[in-house]
Design a protein around this ligand. Sequence first.
Ligand code: SF4
Length: 207
Amino acid sequence: MSRPTNVPLAPRLPAGLATPALLRQLAAIAEKYDGSIKISGNTILILGLNPENRAQALAELGGNSQSLSAKAVRGVAVCAGKPHCPRAVQDSTALGLALDNKFYGTELPGKLRMGVSGCPNCCAESFVKDIGLYGVAHGYTLVVGGNSGRQAQPGRIVAQKIPPEAVLPCVNKILDYYRTYGHAGERLGQTVSRLGFEDFAAYIGVD
Ligand code: SF4
């Protein structure tokens, strides 16, 4: 007889921000239902809950759980950034939250990860995200097409010195492109490689 699959519970934490109260609640839920907690990448997982307990725990969290398999925009990874990191030159948290609020869950041909870093150190791994950004003195550098999965590849710099207020419209165009031309299961970088970087750059309106 096959054992039931215990699907991890992955509370959604926009821009990786969590209050102490929420962390206490997650710990209490893991303890109550005999689960464990694991931090994997930028995600907190509650592991080991049987289906019935998982359903109860999810209800206690008000339905707050993200999919770990959706072909959609995933939670945006964001570095520590301003005002906590002395190296920050742009407010990565403000931008990451704005991106997360606008685009999280948008359905696409494949999964799409974003990473926003406040400086070129790229602590949010901007070069291995489908859409990566890092802060420089006069805005953000935009990197597209990276991933760290089965066919890992670094992204390519698409535009530089983008003002923060111009980032969301630009990301919107990139998602439009991917939705229009991407094949099912294909990552954004594969779509860009298949159709040509120049056509992609022209579609989103950068030189
Ligand atoms: S990317 Fe830069 S600003 Fe962000 S945490 Fe790393 S060093 Fe600090």
